[in-house]
Design a protein around this ligand. Sequence first.
Ligand code: 13P
Ligand code: SF4
Length: 310
Amino acid sequence: MNVENSLRDEVLRLKKERDAVILAHYYQQGEIQDVADFIGDSLALAQIARTLPNKVIVMCGVHFMGETAKILCPDKTVLVPDPAAGCSLADSCSADEFEAFIKEHPGYTVVSYVNTSAAVKALTDVVVTSSNARKVVESLPGDAKIIFGPDRNLGNYINSVTGREMLLWDGACHVHEQFSLEKLLELKKEYPDALVLAHPECKKPLLLVADKVGSTKALLDFAKTSEAKRFIVVTESGILHQMRKECPDKEFIPAPPEEAGCACNNCSFMKLNTMEKLRDCLRDLSPAIEVDPEIAAKAVRPIERMLSLS
Ligand code: 13P
Ligand code: SF4
C-alpha cells in the first residue's frame, strides 16, 4: 500500500473510532476534499455542522469556520487541523476597531460577513455569507442605515445589486484582490467561448466581466448546469478540484494573478491543513477550537438570524 492510501486509511479509521465527521471547504487540498463526509461553502458548512449527530467535527477550512461551528455546536469537540489557518480578510477587521467604527455611527444595523472573528460577530446584528448576503440585506427595511464589514468588494457588489448604500469597512482578501483584469481580458480573447465565474470578494472590474458571480458552491453549481464547456475561474484554486471532478467533460482555466508565475490564487491559510495534520488532530483530539462563552452567547444570535433567513 502506498503512503497516500495508508494515510487515508488511518484518517478513516480514526474518524470512526472518534465518532468524528469531516467537513471540508472547497479551497482545501484535493486529497482532503476526497476524504471529507461533506464539502461546502461557508454557509453549507455552518448549516451542516449543527445537524450532525457526531461527537467530533473536524472543520477542514480556516479558523473562523471552526469558530462558527463551535458557536453553533458548543457541546461538540470542533477541530481545525492547523490552528494557524486564519484569514487575511478576518484579520483586516479587529473587534476593537470595528466597535469604535460602530460607535461612530449610532443607529446603524451591523451586517458582518462570516469571514470574521467571533468577537466581531458578537458586535453584529446579522451575519452573512457570500451565498446569502443579498437575501439578508434585502430582508432589512429599505430605509435601514447599514454598516457592512469587513469585505469592501463583497459590500460594493451587494450595494450594486440591491441599490443600498451600506457603509463599508475597508477590508479585503489577499487572494481575491490580486486577480488581474488585463490578464483576464487576454484570456477571454484566447478562449472566446469560455464563461467567467467570479467570487464576489474580487474587485468590481473583474465582477463586471463575469458571467456568474457567486459563492464557491454557486460557482460550482453554475458550472454543472451550464451548457458551456469551458470556464475561467476567478477564485481560489482549490475549487478547481471539485469542478473538474464533477464536470469531467468541461474545461476549467484558473484566472491569472497580477504577478506572473506566482501561486497567489492559493489561499496560504487554507492550504496549511494537510492529510498528516488531519490524521494527527483526529488521533490527539487537538487542536480544538474554544470560544469565550460570553462572546459565543452574543455571536450565536446574528449567526442564527442568518440561518433562519437562509
Ligand atoms: P464561500 O462562502 O463562497 O465558500 O467563501 C469563503 C471564502 O473564504 C472565500 O474566500
Ligand atoms: Fe480568507 Fe481569502 Fe483565504 Fe477566503 S481565500 S479564507 S477570504 S484569506
